[in-house]
Ligand binder design. Structure first.
Ligand code: FE2
Ligand code: FE2
Length: 321
C-alpha cells in the first residue's frame, strides 16, 4: 500500500465512524424538505388555458435581460454536471451504508434542478436551446477530474463551498430574472432553498470530520479553500460568462470571500487547538485566505472596464456592461 492509499483508507475509516451522524442528518433533512417537482412548478394555474398560459409566459420572459439569461445558462449547465458530482461522491460513499443512501437521495434531489431549468428554457425559449444542449453534451463528455478527487475530505470541503455558491447564484439570478418573469423567480427560489439544505449537510459533516481528525482535515481544507474551480471551467466561453455574472452582481470573488469567511467561523478554524505541525501550518494558511481574496476582488474591480459581450447561447445578441 502506498502512503497515499494508506492515508485515504484512514479517512474512509473516519467516514465510516460518521455513519450514525449521516443517518441523523438525513432524518432532519427529509423532515424539513419540501419535495417539489418540475412539472408542478411550471404547471399553468388550475382552470387556465395551457396554450394561452405558455404564450403569456413567453411574452413576459422576453423581457429577461441578456446578462440574466447568461446566468441562467451557466447555472443550468452547472446543474447538468450532476453525473460528475455523483461520481465524486459515490467513489467514497458507496456500499450498504447511510452514506450511499445520502448520495442517492442527494442525487435524486439535484436531478430536479437541471430538469426544472431545462424545462423552463424549453417553455420560455429565452435561450438558443440547441446550442445549450450541445454545450451540455461537451461539458459532460469532457469529464471532471479535479486534483482533489482522491481525497474524501477535500470532496466534502469542495461540496460545502459549491452548494453555498450555487445557492447564492440561483437566488440572485432568480431576483434579477424574476422581476420580468415571476415563474423563474419561484423556480430558482425553490432550487436555492434546496442548495441551502445540502450546504447544511456537508458543512456539518465536515465539522464532525474536524472533531475526529483535525490535523489531516485542516490540511485538506487548506488545499481547497483558496479557490474552487467550477467543473465547467473548460467549457467554451466559461470565463466570459462568469465575467458577465460578476458584472451583473450575481456571483463573484466577493461572494466567494464571504463564503470562505462563513466556513472559517462555522468550523471555528481560528480557535482549534492541540494541533500538530501540519495542522498548525494548515490553520495559518486558511486564516490568510480572506486577505488574499480581498486583494483579488479589489484588483478585479480596479482593472474592470466596460465591455461588450455576445454568446451563441443567447442568440449572439450583443450587449455591453
Ligand atoms: Fe443543484
Ligand atoms: Fe445542491
Amino acid at each position: 500500500m502506498t502512503p497515499q492509499e494508506a492515508a485515504t483508507l484512514a479517512k474512509v475509516e473516519v467516514l465510516a465512524d460518521l455513519e450514525p451522524v449521516v443517518h441523523e442528518l438525513m432524518v432532519v433533512h427529509e423532515a424539513k424538505r419540501v419535495l417539489w417537482f418540475p412539472s408542478e412548478l411550471l404547471a399553468p394555474p388550475p382552470d387556465t388555458d395551457p396554450d394561452g398560459y405558455l404564450r403569456e409566459l413567453r411574452g413576459r420572459a422576453d423581457g429577461i435581460s441578456l446578462p440574466a439569461r447568461v446566468a441562467l445558462a451557466l447555472n443550468l449547465l452547472t446543474e447538468e454536471g450532476l453525473p460528475h458530482f455523483h461520481r465524486l461522491l459515490a467513489t467514497y460513499l458507496g456500499g450498504d451504508t447511510f452514506w450511499s443512501k445520502w448520495t442517492n437521495l442527494w442525487t435524486a434531489e439535484e436531478d430536479r434542478h437541471g430538469a426544472v431549468l431545462h424545462d423552463y428554457m424549453h417553455d420560455s425559449r429565452i435561450l438558443d436551446n440547441p446550442v445549450l444542449e450541445r454545450m451540455q453534451f461537451e461539458y459532460l463528455r469532457a469529464g471532471f477530474e479535479p486534483s482533489w478527487d482522491k481525497d474524501p475530505y477535500r470532496v466534502f470541503i469542495y461540496t460545502t463551498l459549491q452548494e453555498r455558491a450555487t445557492q447564492v447564484s440561483h437566488s440572485n439570478t432568480g431576483k434579477l430574472a424574476g422581476k420580468y418573469e415571476p415563474t423563474i423567480g419561484t423556480v430558482l427560489s425553490n432550487v436555492a432553498k434546496e442548495e441551502a439544505r445540502h450546504y447544511t449537510f456537508y458543512r456539518t459533516i465536515f465539522k464532525e470530520v474536524l472533531a475526529r481528525d483535525p490535523n489531516t482535515a485542516l490540511a485538506s481544507a487548506a488545499e481547497i479553500m483558496p479557490s474552487i474551480d467550477m467543473p465547467g471551467v473548460n467549457m467554451p466561453h466559461f470565463r466570459e460568462m462568469a465575467d458577465v455574472i460578476w458584472r451583473a452582481g450575481i456571483y463573484g470573488p466577493r461572494d466567494y470571500l464571504a463564503i470562505v469567511e462563513e466556513q472559517i467561523r462555522y468550523w471555528a478554524i481560528e480557535t482549534l487547538d492541540g494541533l500538530d505541525e501540519i495542522g498548525k501550518k494548515a490553520q495559518e494558511k486558511i486564516m490568510a485566505i480572506p486577505k488574499r481574496l480581498e486583494r483579488v476582488a479589489g484588483a478585479m474591480e480596479t482593472r474592470s472596464r466596460a465591455k461588450t459581450f455576445s454568446f451563441p447561447v443567447t442568440f449572439a445578441r450583443e450587449f455591453g456592461m
